[in-house]
Design a protein around this ligand. Structure first.
Ligand SMILES: [Zn+2]
Length: 413
């Protein structure tokens, strides 16, 4: 038996005036997805548990079969996983942005999309500075892609690690133009853990000493670019303890995605993370290459999660045309070839977004998402389209998203 789960990230939406009052999933021309819908069953699901933010990391952890309430520890650890950074249980892993600070304000959360090469030099300079100044410095910066890096702080014990994990930190993209000092205060009061919290805050503040006059930044300023004159630490947690996917579900699994966070979940779950040349996580991703690698992966795996970020990016950009186009490209170059390949074999399939990214909102929402599930062992219902309207008539009972893999295996839908 083969299993495939298609994840067009953020594809579900609200009705759009410019699309004759239809949603992008309704409007897009998707003959292959429609075929799957007409053979399978439709309904709604929700991948974001109450109390957690509707991020792609949380939502896709559900789709991969893990309850985020039990296993989600933060964004930093997942990025570290995708970068192959080895950690201890007492390590707290922060996402580290290189940002532009101006007059005490968050001027740019990505430092003018600094290049990876420039940022790597800056991360090296930070490691050198802190190690020289503080004997036995417990932190280490790891350079990543562009402005997205990782900072690991090694605590003395699990109690400290727990405190640091729970420290309130702010996503830098959520505090644009806001006062930075107010946003680093967090839970820094007179309570236990004050020293640890202050140390993290001071690392951010002191990073300015290293970065503000660094030659990389002087050059950027002279070229009219924004300097990466501070680091911002956030999204922290300890390494998640995900049970092995194969041991949990008895299936050899793999994931294809252009997004680091999802690769990180795959690494911790013991899924094979398949690198596809040209998979960019953006509009310009090579859809056909993803389709081809998906087929190759299914030849030697039982299950494949194939995730495409482009509809989400279009939702963030408020770009109606690109959103419809992304859905049509997924249909033509990924869903079509993969289903053709599986035709004649025993297989089960599902298609669902992780969360909606409505064009009119410009970011993720917590709304339910449409889902189509198909099993070669089961008759379909009357649903003929994968979209927010058609699946209302479907037979799938709404359950938590983390039950998806189990439901597919057991034909429980
Ligand atoms: Zn997403």
């Amino acid at each position: 038996m083969k299993y495939v789960v298609f994840i067009p990230d953020g594809s579900s939406d609200y009705p759009v005036d410019e699309l004759d009052g239809m949603t992008p999933l309704q409007y897009a021309n998707t003959p292959n997805i429609d075929k799957l819908a007409s053979k399978g069953c439709g309904g709604f699901t929700n991948n974001v548990p109450e109390g957690l933010t509707p991020g792609s990391d949380v939502a896709n952890m559900s789709i991969f079969g893990y309850d985020p309430n039990d296993f989600y520890t933060g964004r930093g650890p997942l990025e570290a996983g995708s970068m192959g950074i080895e950690t201890e249980p007492t390590d707290v892993i922060f996402r580290c942005n290189t940002i532009t600070e101006k007059d005490g304000i968050m001027d740019d959360f990505n430092a003018g999309h600094i290049t990876s090469q420039e940022a790597e030099v800056l991360m090296d300079a930070l490691n050198e500075y802190f190690n020289e100044k503080y004997e036995g410095f417990k932190g280490k910066f790891y350079p990543g892609i562009s402005y997205r890096h990782v900072f690991v702080y090694s605590c003395d014990n699990e109690e400290d690690a727990k405190f640091l994990s729970n420290l309130k930190t702010m996503p830098p993209h959520d505090i644009a133009s806001q006062n930075l000092d107010e946003n680093t205060s967090g839970k820094i009061d007179d309570s236990w853990g004050k020293d640890l919290a202050l140390e993290i805050k001071n690392i951010m503040i002191e990073s300015q000493e290293v970065l503000k006059d660094h030659e990389i930044n002087q050059k950027r300023i002279s070229e009219g670019k924004k300097p990466a004159n501070m680091v911002w630490l956030w999204g922290q947690g300890v390494t998640p303890k995900l049970p092995n996917f194969k041991e949990t579900y008895g299936l050899d699994g793999a994931v294809i995605t252009g997004v680091d966070l999802l690769k990180g979940i795959g690494v911790f779950a013991g899924l094979d993370v398949i690198e596809v040349p040209g998979a960019t996580g953006y509009f310009d991703t090579d859809y056909a290459a993803k389709g081809k690698y998906a087929i190759d992966t299914l030849k030697n795996h039982d299950l494949l999660f194939i995730h495409v970020e482009a509809p989400d990016e279009a939702g963030h950009a408020g770009d109606i045309k690109e959103k419809v186009n992304a859905i049509e490209q997924i249909d033509k170059h990924i869903v079509g070839p993969v289903l053709d390949f599986l035709e004649g074999n025993e297989y089960k399939a599902a298609i669902l977004p992780d969360h909606p990214t409505p064009l009119s909102v410009g970011t993720h929402t917590r709304d339910d998402v449409p889902i189509i599930m198909y099993s070669c062992n089961k008759d379909g219902d009357s649903v003929a389209g994968f979209n927010e309207v058609d699946v209302c008539e479907g037979s799938i009972e709404k359950q938590r998203g983390c039950n998806l893999v189990k439901r597919l295996i057991n034909d429980d839908f």
